[in-house]
Ligand binder design. Structure first.
Ligand code: DGT
Ligand code: CA
Ligand code: CA
Ligand code: ZN
Length: 583
């Protein structure tokens, strides 16, 4: 148990007690203790072992006892009992913005509301506004919150869902009797956001696996436990955020495993096509078998590839299973050999201490080298973007000189002189043509005036893209997944202009962006537009995010040849020089 885990448990106790109507003196004690624990210097385990916890102001006897139990056993029966005594729907309601435990309790006590659905109905009937302490404004805000909740639901970004899924899977793999196991669903298809985790296991004996699963330390609530399927709510700290998701575990026999793996990987639309394909061949495909009911026989398959083969198809990668043409392409044997992490040989759009990055040129270049990259392309911000410490012209020249110095010193990795230049309101670029000519390449991005009408934004971006100095477009829509829609822009028009002028488009690999969206990546490929995968790293650690961009590229059907940064340093510098000569 880390400090964060202990703090979470204490916060949860405080919240659950509030939902039960405990006095605020007691509930605040838990919330305060959670903050205290997080800020404790030194090792929590050691403090507990040495009995030093009680000396901390704000942590009394009862808290010391509970923290000790948590740290030494990883569990707290008191908390488990508390959870069981509060309806799960009340905790879910806390996810709505502007609703705290006191409001939830008032809704429950007065209107018997214990689910979001009931809350919505009560708001629509105007009952919530009449409650003391609520009013019309609050009621409207709650309805807005519910609308947003219904839209994004419990969806979680893939970079947050993956560590939780992996943590569960790794532990499940150690359970006795587990033969094969996999994460399925949208996570296996590498979708940019994931609603819930679908875990599949094959074993001859399901019961002990179910029992062990619901007892994993990440599990905070058991929604249902049956003989072959269990559903839980699980939680994990990752990348500085707390991730809470539903996880479903299914246990099947090893003979059923490939069929269940295919079925629960989805997508639903892909499954429907596959099932129809089976029917067309006089067969039945479901999550347990491929069978010929007329002959009451089954088609044995050891792997997913066997299932595809039995239906006259080559293996289709999970990322392609969206009923987006993969069945037709499989039939014609023209499925792409998808680009892979190992194909990436460098990156172009990254930040350093010259703008809003937190590491020096040299530190970033060394981190790139450690990842096996041959080139590290810098793309710091341009002069207008003062909030991100955009570089005035003299600083650009200083950076170039430092790049030359560091390049002379380093071996095995080369820093490329690039820039992420702002697209100004009228579509012009944020430096003079003369200065732009000094960069090896130019990434153009929008960072301002997101509210422009679609037509104006499209014209603005297309003008920048057509600029002779421009190499590629950065984060095409400016979206922040589950937080902010992108600006309105006609992407088909943007793709047309990129194709016409031979420009590239980036897949921004920041998991909150993943922009260009995979649906448009496939269209860009059809137009012959080269794609660059860029982590937009602001620290050495963020360089590794490029793999999320590779996933988007794969979902967009890209092969190695479609991605510019799969090329060697020699090829890349040659191509960039060729493009500049044309100018
Ligand atoms: P998510 O969880 O919304 O991010 O997306 P998925 O794809 O993980 O969806 P989920 O968890 O509802 O179901 C997992 C897979 O199970 C889904 O990809 C395909 C399969 N599946 C679920 N419901 C149906 C269904 O009604 N028909 C068919 N053919 N397959 C289904
Ligand atoms: Ca799912
Ligand atoms: Ca599911
Ligand atoms: Zn940017």
């Amino acid at each position: 148990m880390t400090k964060d885990d202990v703090a979470d448990a204490l916060d949860e106790i405080g919240t659950l007690l509030e939902l039960k109507g405990e006095n605020s003196f007691r509930t605040n004690a838990y919330h305060n203790a959670a903050r205290l624990v997080q800020q404790l210097p030194g090792d929590l385990k050691e403090m507990v072992a040495k009995g030093e916890l009680g000396k901390v102001r704000g942590i009394g006897e009862a808290l010391t006892e509970k923290i000790t139990t948590l740290v030494t056993t990883g569990k707290l029966p008191y908390l488990e009992d508390l959870r069981a005594s509060v309806p799960a729907g009340l905790v879910t309601m806390l996810r709505l913005p502007g609703i705290g435990p006191k409001k939830v309790k008032a809704l429950h006590d007065n209107l018997h509301i214990d689910t979001i659905e009931k809350l919505k109905a009560a708001c629509e009937a105007g009952e919530v506004a009449k409650l003391k302490g609520f009013g019309e404004k609050t009621q409207a805000r709650i309805l807005e919150g519910i609308a947003h909740f219904e839209k994004v639901g419990h969806r979680v970004r893939i970079d947050l869902a993956l560590p939780l899924g992996t943590a569960l899977l790794e532990q499940i793999r150690t359970f006795p009797g587990v033969l094969r196991s996999e994460l399925c669903g949208s996570l296996r298809r590498h979708k940019e956001t994931v609603a819930d985790l679908d875990i599949l296991v094959s074993s001859a004996n399901a019961q002990p696996i179910m029992d062990a699963f619901v007892k994993l330390p990440e599990v905070v609530q058991v929604l249902g436990q049956g003989p072959t399927k269990s559903s839980v709510i699980a939680t994990l700290h990752s990348r500085g955020e707390k991730v809470t998701m539903q996880a479903d575990l299914r246990v099947v026999t090893d003979e059923q495993f490939p069929f269940a793996l295919h079925y629960f990987t989805g997508s639903k639309d892909h499954n429907i096509r596959m099932r129809q394909r089976a029917i067309d061949r006089g067969l039945t495909l479901n999550e347990y078998a491929l069978s010929n009911e007329a002959k009451s026989s089954t088609v044995p398959c050891k792997t997913e590839a066997d299932i595809f083969a039995a239906l006259g198809l080559p293996y289709i990668e999970p990322e392609l299973r969206e009923d987006n043409g993969e069945i037709e392409a499989g039939e014609l044997k023209v499925l792409p050999a998808l680009v892979a992490d190992g194909d990436i040989r460098g990156v172009f759009h990254n930040h350093t201490t010259y703008s809003d990055g937190n590491a020096t040129l040299e530190e970033m270049a060394l981190a790139a080298k450690a990842l096996g990259f041959e080139y590290f392309g810098v793309g710091d911000h341009s002069q207008s973007l003062t909030i991100a410490r955009g570089m005035p012209v003299n600083i650009v020249r200083k950076q170039w000189a430092e790049i030359d110095r560091v390049n002379a010193k380093l071996s095995g990795v080369r820093i490329l002189k690039g820039i992420e230049v702002d697209i100004l309101e009228d579509g012009s670029l944020d430096y003079s043509d003369e200065l732009l000519a000094g960069f090896e390449y130019v990434v153009v991005s929008v960072h301002s005036l997101f509210n422009m009408p679609e037509e104006d934004m499209t014209r603005r971006v297309c003008k920048a893209l057509a600029h002779p100095a421009t190499t590629m477009l950065g984060h095409a829509t400016g979206r922040l997944l589950l937080r902010r829609e992108g600006y309105k822009i006609n992407l088909d028009e943007v793709l047309k202009v990129a194709a016409k002028h031979g420009k590239m488009i980036e897949i921004n690999a920041q998991p909150s962006r993943l922009d260009l969206d995979w649906r448009y990546v496939k269209r860009a490929k059809a137009l012959g537009i080269p794609i660059a995968i860029n982590p937009d790293a602001h620290s050495p650690g963020e360089l590794a995010l490029y793999n999320f961009g590779v996933q988007v590229a794969r979902r967009g059907w890209l092969t190695r040849d479609d991605v510019f940064n799969t090329r060697s340093l020699t090829d890349v510098t040659k191509e960039l020089a060729r493009r500049k000569e044309k100018v």
